[in-house]
Design a protein around this ligand. Sequence first.
Ligand code: GTP
Length: 194
Amino acid sequence: GWDNVMLVGDSGVGKTCLLVRFKDGAFLAGSFISTVGIDFRNKVMNIDRLKVKLQIWDTAGQERFRSVTHAYYRDANALLLLYDVTNRTSFDNIKAWLTEIHDYAQQDVVLMLLGNKADATQQRVVKREDGERLAKEFGVPYMETSAKSGLNVELSFTAVAKELKHRSMKEPNEPKFKLQDYVNKEMKSAGCAC
Ligand SMILES: Nc1nc2c(ncn2[C@@H]2O[C@H](COP(=O)(O)OP(=O)(O)OP(=O)(O)O)[C@@H](O)[C@H]2O)c(=O)[nH]1
């Protein structure tokens, strides 16, 4: 079967761009076209020699589409919750998004917080430590990404796919997969100076 991964977060944080970068390896430059309702893209990943089939739902961040996205939460196996490091409001709204996730998503949904547009160093207004602190407060794994440069895009989807694969295996002797530990290890081995 397919695993459903849903992208959520304020309008303009880069959900569509992150998905396009992951799926096609390209950055959508130029004018910003807001998603209407919801969009789907499929991607099959090879995780530890097993196929993980992801159906990725790109939701509209705009308030007026909220009731549409509410209907999809229940069927999501994983959620990537994005804010934009150049937009303070999108970060301040994360708590409201977490409340919404708590209200509408499955209790055991795989969740990861992403601070996107990490490439935009000049415009940055949300520090990495602020993101880390918030993520820790809510017990959610966290990473910064850039749909523009490609930073951590593959890694964020791989981490989620690994977690989903682990959960579906149900091998009693298998050590529990820790998403944040995996992400930290991968970033270190990639030589990230963070
Ligand atoms: N510098 C930079 N700009 C980005 C990045 N990701 C997206 N953008 C820009 O941010 C704007 C919004 O990107 P979208 O991906 O359409 O945002 P969205 O979250 O899908 O928005 P809605 O569909 O309205 O919910 C576009 O102008 C993108 O070019 C990034 O990683 N870095």
